[in-house]
Design a protein around this ligand. Structure first.
Ligand SMILES: Nc1ncnc2c1ncn2[C@@H]1O[C@H](COP(=O)(O)OP(=O)(O)OP(=O)(O)O)[C@@H](O)[C@H]1O
Length: 274
């Protein structure tokens, strides 16, 4: 049985200390992600997208504010979050199968060894890597490594999925393949997991998300959240030619372009002030 739940960020600020100076990475961020909802965050580099993922997962602690996964406040990292990073984060000394087995065993301590084995095999099969179960990460392509990471995340049955630019390092064909695979696994499951997905790719966000949060920087905040009205299941081919899709894409690009312009202008002003 898979239990999914909501995520809530309440008035989150995050200040880092850098060389004796403080840097406000996030300021007063509020976000409610409903149970089973797929939300993407997009925004310019450095606006705090990864920091939000790190805070929800408990890897970092906010300077101000509270985070809840369901009704539980986040205090430290735990099995309720399944995370996929851009760099795969697989143990290089374990095979594809062992990587998944290890994660499932640790996340679900009440499962028998047979159940863990079965789960690891099921998810390797779902991502089409049965034949590579004994391969070590170093011998797999980037796309295959990311398929193992995704299989591991689903197999752990966490309450929420946190994905930080998971397909950012892949070539465009692999990226398309992985987006379709994720969409298929997410929507075909027993119940849809709650997902927070960080990306720079507007098409990716439009294809996958129920809502998209647009962030701005210095300090990072969520400027706007837009609803994505496309029904599911979604098909990239038919979707991308529709008037609604083109309008939304143009809107997202124009907002991101303005953000980038502001960043470049402020960097130029800082340079001139020196
Ligand atoms: N450990 C840290 N110490 C100091 N500053 C940090 C630390 N981690 C992040 N920052 C700063 O906080 C801000 C937000 O960083 P973050 O990585 O969350 O942004 P991002 O939107 O994910 O960027 P990108 O899209 O480039 O991955 C940046 O200015 C970054 O330099």
């Amino acid at each position: 049985m898979i239990f999914t739940t909501s995520i809530k960020l309440e008035d989150i600020s995050m200040v880092y200390g850098v060389n004796g100076k403080s840097h406000t990475a996030l300021s007063n961020v509020n976000l409610d992600i409903k149970n089973g909802e797929f939300i993407s965050l997009i925004g310019p580099s450095g606006c705090g997208k990864s920091t939000i993922i790190d805070l929800i997962s408990g890897i970092k602690v906010p300077t101000k504010g509270r985070i809840f996964i369901g009704d539980e406040p986040v205090i430290k990292p735990g099995p309720e979050c399944g995370i996929v990073f851009q760099d795969y984060s697989l143990f290089p000394w374990m095979t594809a199968y062992e990587n998944i087995f290890f994660a499932v065993e640790h996340a679900n301590k009440n499962l028998s060894k047979e159940e863990v084995k079965k789960t690891a095999h099921t998810y390797l099969d779902l991502v089409g890597l049965c034949k590579f179960k004994d391969a070590y990460p170093g011998t797999l392509s980037g796309g295959m490594k990311q398929r193992v990471s995704i299989a591991r995340m689903f197999a752990m049955h966490p309450k929420v999925f946190l994905m930080d630019e998971p397909f950012g390092a892949l070539d465009s064909l692999n990226r398309i393949f992985m987006q379709d695979l994720l969409l298929h696994m997410w929507s075909e499951g027993e119940s849809r997991n709650t997902v927070l997905f960080v990306t720079h790719d507007v098409d990716e966000a439009l294809l996958l998300s129920d809502r998209i949060g647009i962030m701005s920087s210095t300090p990072g905040k969520i400027e706007e959240i837009i609803d994505i009205p496309f029904s599911r299941p979604r098909c990239r081919k038919s979707l991308s030619g529709t008037e609604d899709y083109i309008k939304l894409k143009q809107y997202l690009f124009s907002v991101l372009y303005c953000e980038m312009q502001e960043i470049i202008e402020s960097q130029q002003a800082q340079k001139e002030a020196l």
